[in-house]
Design a protein around this ligand. Structure first.
Ligand code: FAD
Length: 252
């Protein structure tokens, strides 16, 4: 239940609110996740009037304001196609009008293709107060504690890498039960994440080349048993998903 609602229109007033010591202020973005929490009382700061909705490509660096919605990403010409496709499967058309990229980073789970792609890209986020910049992958294991009293203001992506993803799901419109996202830079540097289970996507490989990718992915699927699939099943998919990713990447 929301017990206090604030709607600042400047970043300065938002940061003043976040300084409050008596209550934890929760940023309210699209509200698709936050509004479902009815079991606890919340003080929220609606960020829809803040200037956080820009999409800007500066050379090879793509900068997305934290309040950019998933539908805005799909509709914008400079956003890479792989990211657009991830937004498409993330949620329905209606929810995409509300759901934001900042909300996804702060709240999405282990079955989110969008989050797994942002991680493969080695995306960074800008955080206030303090003008912090941190890689999403560093923040994710501790995101609840890390983000308390803070606001993600932007996501920054280096678009010089080729990125792809491959998934297995129960139906084409369902969230993946197993997936791999793969990014490769011109230098050969390769990053891979696995997802489809757990609280957030899991790192599999970050190395100078794709050597050892398949065993690394298989290893990252270990211990992933849940109600959707066994870990043995996901491990058996490792080679198939990696091959499909590599083939797709070669065609890019
Ligand atoms: C029916 C339904 C199905 C869903 N299915 C999935 C799913 O399959 N996979 C999945 O991953 N998610 C799912 N979600 C969750 C949700 O849609 C996404 O995680 C979404 O991207 C949240 O974005 P939002 O803008 O609506 O965030 P909100 O609901 O507004 O906020 C979510 C969390 O992020 C925090 N937050 C938001 N913006 C910021 C910011 N700028 N800085 C710091 N913290 C911030 C909030 O305080 C809150 O804790 C589902 C939601 C619904 C309603």
């Amino acid at each position: 239940m929301i017990t206090e609602y604030h709607r600042p229109s400047t970043l300065e007033s938002a940061l003043e609110l976040l300084k409050r010591q008596d209550k934890v202020i929760l940023p309210l973005a699209g509200g698709t996740l936050l509004n479902r929490k009815v079991d606890s009382s919340m003080v929220v700061m609606d960020i829809q009037d803040l200037p956080l909705k820009d999409i800007h490509l500066d050379g090879t660096e793509l900068r997305l304001g934290a309040a950019v919605t998933l539908q805005q990403l799909i509709d914008h010409p400079v956003v890479p196609d792989t990211l657009k496709q991830a937004c498409q499967v993330e949620t329905s058309f209606n929810l995409r009008q509300m759901s934001t990229i900042g909300g996804c980073i702060a709240g999405a789970g282990g079955r989110s293709t969008l989050l797994a792609l942002l991680l493969a890209y080695n995306s960074r986020i800008e955080i206030q107060p303090g003008d912090e910049v941190i890689a999403i992958g560093e923040m994710l294991p501790v995101r609840g504690d890390y983000l308390r009293g803070k606001l993600i203001t932007a996501v920054i992506m280096d678009t010089t890498c080729r990125v792809t993803c491959e998934t297995v799901e129960k139906t084409p419109a369902d969230q993946p039960i197993a997936g791999v996202t793969l990014a490769q830079w011109p230098s050969g540097r390769t990053r891979a994440y696995v997802y489809g289970f757990g609280p957030h996507p899991k790192p599999a490989l970050d190395g100078p080349s794709a050597a050892g990718l398949e065993p690394a992915v298989k290893n990252a699927f270990a211990g992933s048993d849940d109600l959707h699939a066994s870990s043995a099943y996901r491990e058996a998919l490792a080679g198939i998903l990696v091959n499909r990713c590599m083939n797709k990447m070669e065609r890019q």
